[in-house]
Write a protein that binds this ligand. Structure first.
Ligand code: PLP
Length: 492
C-alpha cells in the first residue's frame, strides 16, 4: 500500500507546487512596492534558504485544483456521526468579515472594542439561556479544550472545598475518547462504565462506581448512540448524593435546543462545540470554539478574562479573580467564531433553534427507519440527532465490513459516516444527517446504502475494491497515521 508521500503525488498527478517554481517567478506584483527589507532588520534577511519561487497564479491554480479533489460539506452530503456537518450559512461569514470585527486589534482598549465585547457578552447570555447554566466562558478553543477547562474548574473547586481525595472521573463506554483523555491530563483516575442492554448508563453499575473519591461523572446526552439517557435525573442525583459534579459533553447539542437543558437535568459543568451545533465551518483541523458553561457555585472559577456589563451599558474585560483557574487561551480566543455563532443564534431565534433540533431528529429517524430494512440496528428504537447501525451481519454473510461500506459510499458521492465508534458496537456505522439536508438528499443516500448492501451480497469484491472513483483509493491508514511523511525536501 502507498505511503503518504506516494498518495500526495498520486493525488496531484503532478509534482508538489514547491517543485514547480523557477527562479524569479515570485513576487512579480510587488517588485516596485515595499519589500521585506522595509520591514525587517537586515540581520533577519537571508538569501541562502531554498525557498520555492512560484508565481501567484500558479499557486492559486494549484490549490484551487486540490480543493476540487477533496470532499466538503459544500460539495455533498456529509453524515459524519458526532461531528454535525451541517451547512455553514454565508451570513455568518459576512458578519465575521465586518471591518469592525475583522480588523480589530487584540490589544484594542475596551472603550474602542465595545461592539466586539457586546458580541461575546450576548453570546454568553444566549448560551446560558439555551442550556440552562449560570454563566459561560468563551475562552476554550475547541471541544477537548473545553473539557480540559471544565475539569480544571472542578479540580479548583474541590481544592477550595478541601476535598483532596476526590481523584476519580467516571466515564461511560459510549463517551468520546477526548473525555477520558482530558480527565487523565488533569491527573484524575478514569473509571469506565459499561453501557446496559439498552445502550444507556446502568444505575446499578454507576452506583457501584460512586464513592467519596468521585470527582466528576462525564456524560453525553443524547449519548453517542443517539439515545437519550432517560434516567438522567436519577444519575445526576446519585452523583450529587456522594458530593461529585456532573459534566455534560455538549459537543453535539443538535438534538437539544429548545427541547431540554443540561442545567435542568442537573449538570454542573458543560462544554459546547460552536463548530458543530452552531454551524461554524470545521474539519481538516480548522479552528474551533468550545465554550464552557457552569452552575452558580462554579462561576468564580471560570477562566479570565470574562466580559462584564455595568448599569450604564458599558462592557469591560475583567482579568482578575482570586479563584479563577487562569487563562486557557490568549486574547479573546477564536473571536470570529463568536461572531459566527451569535449570527447563527440571532438569524434562527429561539423558535428557529428549536426547529433545528426537531428537524435534526426527524432527518436521522427518516434514514434510520429505511436503513433498518437492510442493516442491523443494535438499538432499534427512535433516535435523536444520530443513530448507530451495524454491518456485523453483513460481514458474516458477505465479508463486507463497515469500512468497505464507507469506502463504497465515497464512490457514490457521499462522505462516509463515522465508523467503528462508539466502540461497544461491532462494525458500527454512526449516521448523523443534520437538519440542513433536503428529503431528496436523504432519499438518495438511503438508495446508495441499499444498493451497496445489495451489491455486497451479489458481488462483494466490487465493494471490497472501493473506492475506485476517488482521487486516492485504499490506503494503509495505520501507516499513514503512525508514519506520516508529509515533507517536501528541496534538491539543493
Ligand atoms: C467532537 C466531539 C468532541 C471533541 O471536540 P473537538 O472540538 O474535536 O475537540 C468531544 N465530544 C464529542 C461527543 C464530540 O462529538
Amino acid at each position: 500500500m502507498p505511503n503518504a508521500n506516494e498518495i500526495l503525488t498520486a493525488a496531484h498527478d503532478e509534482p508538489p507546487i514547491f517543485a514547480l517554481g523557477k527562479p524569479g517567478r515570485a513576487n512579480t506584483y510587488f517588485a516596485a512596492g515595499p519589500s521585506a527589507q522595509t520591514f525587517l532588520p537586515a540581520s533577519a534577511l537571508r538569501d541562502d534558504l531554498p525557498l520555492p519561487d512560484n508565481s501567484e497564479l500558479d499557486v492559486v491554480r494549484h490549490y484551487t485544483r486540490l480543493s476540487h479533489r477533496t470532499f466538503a460539506i459544500d460539495l455533498g452530503f456529509y453524515p459524519l456521526g458526532s461531528c454535525t456537518m451541517k451547512y455553514n450559512p454565508r451570513i455568518n461569514e459576512a458578519m465575521a468579515a465586518l471591518p469592525g470585527f475583522k480588523d480589530l486589534h487584540p490589544y484594542a482598549p475596551d472603550e474602542l472594542a465595545q461592539g466586539a465585547l457586546q458580541v461575546m457578552y450576548d453570546l454568553e447570555r444566549a448560551l446560558t439561556a439555551i442550556f440552562g447554566m449560570s454563566a459561560f466562558t468563551l475562552n476554550p478553543a475547541a471541544g477537548a479544550h473545553g473539557e480540559l477547562t471544565a475539569l480544571f474548574i472542578a479540580k479548583a473547586y474541590f481544592e477550595k472545598c478541601g476535598e483532596h481525595k476526590r481523584r476519580t472521573v467516571i466515564v461511560p463506554d459510549t463517551a468520546h475518547g477526548t473525555n477520558p483523555a482530558s480527565a487523565a491530563m488533569v491527573g484524575y483516575n478514569v473509571v469506565s462504565l459499561r453501557s446496559d442492554a439498552r445502550g444507556r448508563v446502568g444505575l446499578d453499575e454507576l452506583r457501584a462506581a460512586l464513592g467519596d473519591d468521585t470527582a466528576v461523572c462525564m456524560m453525553t446526552n443524547p449519548n453517542t448512540l443517539g439515545l437519550f439517557e432517560d434516567h438522567i435525573k436519577e444519575i445526576t442525583d446519585a452523583v450529587h448524593a456522594v458530593g461529585g459534579l456532573m459534566y455534560y459533553d455538549g459537543a453535539n447539542a443538535n438534538a437539544l435546543m429548545g427541547n431540554a437543558r443540561p442545567g435542568d437535568m442537573g449538570f454542573d459543568l458543560m462544554h459546547l462545540n460552536l463548530h458543530k451545533t452552531f454551524s461554524i465551518p470545521h474539519g481538516g483541523g480548522g479552528a474551533g470554539h468550545g465554550p464552557v458553561g457552569v452552575a452558580e457555585r462554579l462561576v468564580p472559577f471560570l477562566p479570565r478574562p470574562i466580559v462584564t456589563k455595568d448599569c450604564d451599558g458599558i462592557y469591560a474585560l475583567v482579568h482578575d479573580g482570586d479563584d479563577a483557574i487562569g487563562t486557557m487561551r490568549s486574547f479573546w480566543s477564536n473571536f470570529a467564531h463568536a461572531v459566527r455563532a451569535l449570527s447563527y443564534v440571532l438569524a434562527n431565534g429561539g423558535d428557529g433553534l428549536t426547529r433545528v433540533s426537531q428537524l435534526a431528529i426527524l432527518n436521522a429517524n427518516y434514514i434510520r427507519v429505511q436503513a433498518r430494512e437492510f442493516l442491523e440496528m443494535p438499538f432499534d428504537e427512535p433516535c435523536r440527532h444520530e443513530f448507530v447501525a451495524s454491518a456485523r451481519a453483513l460481514k458474516r454473510e458477505t465479508g463486507v465490513r463497515a469500512l468497505d461500506l464507507a469506502k463504497a459510499l465515497l464512490d457514490r458521492g457521499y462522505h462516509a459516516p463515522t465508523i467503528y465508534f462508539p466502540l461497544l458496537v461491532p462494525e458500527c456505522l454512526m449516521i448523523e444527517p443534520t437538519e440542513t439536508e433536503s428529503k431528496e438528499t436523504l432519499d438518495g443516500f438511503v438508495t446508495a446504502l441499499r444498493e451497496i448492501v445489495e451489491t455486497a451480497h451479489a458481488n462483494p469484491q466490487a465493494i471490497l475494491d472501493a473506492p475506485v472513483a476517488t482521487v486516492v483509493g485504499r490506503i494503509d491508514e495505520t501507516r499513514a497515521a503512525r508514519q506520516p511523511d508529509l515533507r517536501w525536501t528541496p534538491v539543493l
